[in-house]
Write a protein that binds this ligand. Structure first.
Ligand code: IVH
Length: 686
């Protein structure tokens, strides 16, 4: 019996389904065969899910060649094939907490009970599935998922991965494994390894490696295992796929510890729960932690722990009903780079910004993203007109990961640093070997505007009622020319400005008056001397308790202060030597701004008294000098080399051998937050 669907949109939906199928086929080919996608994984998933939803509503629209009708295939025609003992299944997805609850409701219906069930929650590794077969404890086969039934034989490649045991158990005391034992896991490239690999390849002119997942997948499917071996891959095991009856544990939780016992790497970030709401609370909390994991994840997997129940739940299509993948909202999307705008900071550094076709990512529409600096632009070979991948993660400013070179049409234009400052036209400076291109004109109107904005901002002079917009307005009206002019503003001259009612003027006058009493260290920070943040300012003022004394200090004198190295000393001396700086300081003094330290004793704690610290690597917000100054301001000492006497090593990114030494000697290691917490816990100030 043929039915006419009542939906007036049926025709439109049929067309949409056909278009989605065509797009998905093309992206499958690009991703799996060519290994160079032109859209992000999340965008691919969205196309797939849309097609799946249309087909579920109108099964009549399903065609035999629809991508939904098979387990996605990643077979590579160049590699030998194997047949999987059990079909390699996939997971159904959940995008919201309610999707997870609905999954549980479906389970209750099938089981016809609402019995208490245990759940195991695991990271959903963003990598590539491999299925490993061990015969009498020896690795005899390593295969990709392929289409679920047939996979690529990548045994030789898998053997090069250090975390894949070639013989189990790894420790001779562990029990003998059953035979055959088939284990499933995910091959990933750890974030740190990917970064290093990407940098290495970029120095060799290879810019195509833009995400860890594709890089791992490409590495695994090499015809020459030596190439695979040269790429840092890691395997995390997560499932026992096959073993003789009753030879392995009866729950997922125990299987994971069994796998660990056999010598496999199993993630530390697994947890077991007896209650679904606890699972949901865990997932919610986990999202914030996702970026601190050593590998990329795109969600979490929730599995019914007890295998008897899991198996009883059966399989729907290609997905077991007893497990579900909760996917985090996407953080990477693609869009078009329509142009580059340049901003100039108060220190003169030129920052290229990507102008984008508006795109929705991590809950917001963005039109701009940072390109960081021109070195990055050159290294990534980003061009105007390119389709680019954008990442917006947590609090991080959206940034351009890189272009999708395969989506080029040939009309894309290279991006070159400007030769002149776009704001003051003075020649752009760039020193060989340095990353920055900068405007070296201290009188540049844009630099001045930025300096004033910073000066009046929170944490500096904190002039309430005067923000970025206000500063620009006052500059345009010619009422201010530098930081100090803010203190000579007259109520009468503000009256004619747009948006300045009587009350607002009065309030602004009050906050300007209050700002004159800011302590000297705040004034010093507000002046925006490069490298002088709160901590350095406090240390400087302790030794030179007036701006006049500090202004006339020599680099040698400054360097005798603990925590002040040659680079801070030089920037401070250079800054005070500028005519503009001297003029601002004279005017500030004349306007009655605090120029002398009122505290004979700068707040200094003894929180770290008796402790010695060694610094290594780059911290997220503090420079090395600032970190040293912070430690000394709280009574601690900084030393250059790690020994048994070192209390802590403070390590940031790319830490080097000092960190290794600390690990060898058992010296505790802190990151920036850890240091600040230590100080705070001991009653100090950071
Ligand atoms: S369980 C039957 N656990 O996610 C389901 N899969 O479609 C067996 N994945 O390609 C998979 N992390 O490779 C499971 N902890 C984890 C996982 C995981 C990542 C991958 C898996 C598959 C996809 C799910």
């Amino acid at each position: 019996m043929s039915q006419t669907p009542p939906d007036p949109n049926f025709e439109a939906l049929a067309q949409r389904a056909a278009s989605l199928r065509a797009q998905i086929h093309e992206h499958n080919h690009r991703y799996f065969v060519l290994g160079s996608p032109t859209i992000s994984d999340a965008e691919y998933d969205a196309l797939f899910d849309e097609l799946d939803a249309i087909e579920k509503t109108y099964p009549a629209l399903i065609t035999p060649d629809s991508p939904t009708q098979r387990v996605g295939s990643d077979l590579d025609e160049r590699l030998p094939k194997i047949t999987h003992p059990n079909p390699t299944l996939s997971l159904s997805k959940a995008y919201t907490e309610d999707d997870i609850r609905a999954w549980r409701t479906r389970i209750d219906k099938v089981l016809d009970t609402s019995a208490r069930l245990g759940y195991v929650v695991e990271p959903k590794f963003d990598g590539l599935t491999v299925v490993l077969t061990y015969t009498d404890g020896i690795l005899t086969l390593g295969a990709t998922r392929g289409d679920g039934y047939t996979g690529d034989d990548v045994t030789a490649n898998v053997r090069t991965i250090r975390t894949v045991p070639t013989r189990i158990p790894v420790h001779p005391d562990a029990p003998r494994p059953p035979s055959p034992l088939v284990v499933r896991g995910e091959v990933v490239m750890l974030k740190e390894d990917f970064k290093a690999f990407q940098q290495k390849m970029q120095t060799e002119g290879e810019t195509r490696f833009i995400n860890a997942r594709n890089t791992a997948s490409g590495a695994l499917k090499q015809l020459d295992p030596r190439v695979t071996a040269s790429r840092p891959l890691t395997l995390y095991a997560f499932e026992i796929v096959d073993a003789p009856d009753d030879s392995t544990p009866h729950s997922q939780w125990q299987s994971l510890s069994f796998l660990r016992q056999m010598g496999f790497l199993v993630s530390e970030d697994i947890q077991r729960f007896d209650d679904l709401e606890a699972v949901i609370a865990h997932i919610r909390a986990f999202e914030a932690r996702r970026h601190s994991l050593p590998f990329e994840i795109d969600g979490l997997v929730i599995k019914i722990d007890d295998f008897a129940t899991y198996n009883a739940l059966g399989v729907v299509g290609k997905n077991p009903r007893g497990a579900v993948a909760y996917k985090f909202p996407p953080e990477v999307v693609t869009t078009r780079l329509t142009g580059v705008s340049i901003s100039v900071g108060r220190t003169g550094v030129l920052i290229p910004n990507a102008e984008l076709e508006p795109v929705f990512v991590s809950g917001a529409t963005i039109k701009q993203a940072t390109l960081n600096n021109f070195d990055d632009v050159a290294r990534k070979d980003v061009r105007v007109g390119d389709r680019v991948m954008i990442k917006r993660a947590g609090e991080v400013i959206p940034f351009v990961i890189g272009p999708l070179p395969d989506a080029r049409t040939g009309t894309e234009q290279p991006i070159t640093p400007p030769t002149h400052c776009p704001f003051c036209q003075s020649p752009v400076l760039h020193e060989e070997g340095e990353v920055a291109y900068y405007c070296g004109n201290p009188e540049c109107p844009e630099r001045i505007a930025r300096s004033i904005e910073y000066f009046v901002g929170k944490g500096q002079m904190d002039i309430e009622g005067l923000g970025e917009k206000g500063v620009r307005q006052l500059l345009e009206a010619g009422l201010i020319r530098d930081e100090a002019d803010v203190f000579s503003l007259k109520p009468e001259s503000l009256e004619n400005l747009e948006g300045y009612a009587k009350l607002k003027i009065q309030n602004l006058m009050n906050s300007i008056e209050a700002a004159k009493k800011r302590p000297l260290d705040r004034v010093l920070v507000a002046l925006g001397i490069p490298n002088v943040g709160t901590t350095v300012a406090k240390v400087l003022i302790k030794h030179f308790p007036s701006l006049e004394l500090l202004m006339n200090a020599t680099a040698d004198q400054l360097q005798t202060i603990g925590g002040i190295g040659p680079s801070i000393a030089a920037t401070v001396v250079d800054w005070f030597a500028l005519p503009r700086s001297r003029s601002v300081i004279t005017k500030l003094a004349a306007a009655g701004v605090q120029m002398v330290s009122t505290e004979t004793q700068i707040t200094r704690s003894e929180a770290l008294a008796g402790m010695t610290f060694v610094l290594t690597g780059t911290l997220p917000t503090l420079t090395r000098d600032e970190t040293g100054a912070l430690i000394e301001a709280n009574g601690g000492k900084v030393s250059g080399s790690v020994s048994k006497k070192t209390s802590y090593v403070v390590a940031g990114e790319s830490p080097g051998s000092k960190r290794d030494k600390a690990e060898q000697l058992g010296v505790p290691i802190l990151d920036e937050d850890g240091l600040k917490r230590l100080i705070a816990d001991r009653g100090g100030e950071s």
